[in-house]
Write a protein that binds this ligand. Structure first.
Ligand code: NDP
Ligand code: 2IT
Length: 447
């Protein structure tokens, strides 16, 4: 059997076993596309059944989450934690609270997380979790009761050396606080290292809140540097207006770029002179409001309900909302409008056809597992601080983050070159991440 046939057979088995999980198939297919380059040179990976083992989560936990709303009505949600791979360290990855969450979504995110975490060079395995709970429109008390119920089951499966969750869509500092409080109460122990993204006063790390967005901006700066230019004077469009988007915008502005548009699920705002971050934070962080409120408050801005944010011309695009938000049509528009660099702040926001469109148009494209790894990397720095009962300054932690992002960029570029795909960040990230995990798994035998 040729290498390609061998990989096609394994991929078919993966699909059959995970019927009805299209996002997981997509995430797996993206990695499989790069694997033939590795397996041709290193057949021992395929022989040891490594690829099949990597595709199968070590453990999947699905549980009932009952809770009572403010009116006294009982609700039942579903909770998930997929402990995907612990070859490099305890399972690590966020929790997502969003009505679209299902097992396939959690598996795609967990699978990506394995390679992303490997690329950071830090000792963290891959996992992901969440619930189909929708926090939108819920009071703090309702969110608290939901989080307490969720943690009442989850606490038996996690721990500083076992599995360390953090935030993702719908899970920020407020939710991590309720989750940590309930974990502490159930276990009667102040185990700081069990969750990351905590508040600074109770074991959190400086820069963790900013880290994913800052990290993407640092990565974009490296990509532009490779092209012989910089962020200075560039126009940038960032989709979403959550944790990742807000701090990507902040750092892009600090590095001399101008972010002219951002969005939420209701539409997008354009502010040609550059978004006013203070107003944006007031709307989105302080008030948990909708993005059209920005256009009501800022005279130079306009709100477009629905529509595609990718119609806004830019030099750099940073999709930072959710999976498959940038399709081939949007990619064609961006390319036609002269985009030079696209970096994924979200996980898998770009469809496979859109990635191909960027390749064909010669646009530099960085996948999330490289470009958005700054969040989880800083989570690993939070774990280091918790383990040593230390806390570092903002400046020191930010320098560490910037160095990690430079390292991931260098490694991705070098690996792509080594495997005959110069300039291809997708292959570079997949191959570098895979080799790191595969070598560790090989050393540990068939487990
Ligand atoms: P937030 O919940 O803070 O913000 C999410 C943003 O994306 C909101 O603006 C939201 O709009 C929008 N959005 C979410 N789902 C949809 C949807 N189905 N359709 C349209 N818009 C949507 O999440 P984060 O900023 O933390 O996460 C954004 C992305 O970044 C996700 O893909 C996440 O997996 C990824 N990521 C997050 C990291 C982190 O540290 N937080 C680390 C690495 C990656 P609305 O409010 O209208 O729903
Ligand atoms: O997708 C991601 O990398 C995250 N949501 C962050 C995970 C973490 O453990 O900090």
């Amino acid at each position: 059997m040729s290498t390609n046939e061998q990989l096609a057979t394994i991929y078919d088995q993966v699909r059959t076993r995970s019927a009805g999980e299209p996002e997981f198939h997509q995430a797996a297919a993206e990695v499989f596309e790069s694997l033939h380059l590795v397996v041709e040179r290193r057949p021992e990976y395929a022989e040891a059944g490594l690829i099949e083992r990597l595709c199968e989560p070590e453990r999947q936990i699905i549980f009932r989450v009952p809770w009572v709303d403010d009116a006294g009505t009982v609700h039942v949600n579903r909770g998930f934690r997929v402990q995907y791979n612990s070859a490099l360290g305890p399972y690590k990855g966020g929790l997502r609270f969003h009505p679209t969450v299902n097992l396939g979504i959690v598996k795609f995110l967990g699978f990506e997380q394995i390679f992303k975490n490997a690329l950071t060079g830090l000792p963290i395995g891959g996992g992901k979790g969440g619930s189909d709970f929708d926090p939108k429109g819920r009071s703090d008390a309702e969110v608290m009761r939901f989080c307490q119920s969720f943690m009442t089951e989850l606490h038996r499966h996690i721990g500083e050396y076992i599995d360390v969750p953090a935030g993702d869509i719908g899970v920020g500092a407020r939710e991590i606080g309720y989750l940590f409080g309930q974990y502490k109460r159930l276990t009667n122990s102040y185990e700081s290292g069990v969750l990351t993204g905590k508040g600074i006063a109770w074991g959190g790390s400086q820069v963790r809140r900013e880290a994913t967005g800052y990290g993407v901006a640092y990565f974009v700066a490296e990509m532009l540097d490779s092209l012989g230019t910089s962020l200075d004077g560039k126009t940038v469009v960032v989709s979403g207006s959550g944790n990742v988007a807000l701090y990507a915008i902040e750092k892009v502005h600090q590095l001399g770029g101008t972010v002219t548009a951002c969005s939420d699920s209701s539409g997008y705002v354009v502010d040609p002179g550059g978004l006013d971050l203070a107003v944006l934070k007031a709307v989105k962080e302080d008030r948990r409001g909708r993005i059209d409120e920005y256009a009501t408050e800022v005279a130079t801005a306009s709100f477009v309900a629905g529509g595609s944010i990718w119609d806004v011309p830019c030099d750099v695009a940073v999709p930072s909302a959710t999976q498959n938000e940038l399709d081939a049509d949007a990619a064609a528009v961006l390319a036609r409008n002269g985009v030079r660099v696209v970096a994924e702040g979200a996980n898998m926001p770009t469809t496979p056809a859109a990635i191909q469109t960027f390749r064909d148009a010669g646009v530099a494209f960085a996948p999330g597992k490289a470009a958005n790894a700054g969040g989880v990397a800083t989570s690993a720095l939070e774990m280091q601080q918790n383990a040593s009962r230390d806390s570092w300054s903002f400046e020191y932690t930010d320098r560490r983050l910037a160095a990690i992002m430079r390292g991931i960029h260098r490694r991705t570029v070098t690996t792509a070159e080594e495997y005959g795909m110069p300039g291809d960040y997708v292959h570079g990230a997949n191959i570098a991440g895979f080799i790191e995990v595969a070598d560790a798994m090989s050393a540990m035998g068939v487990i």
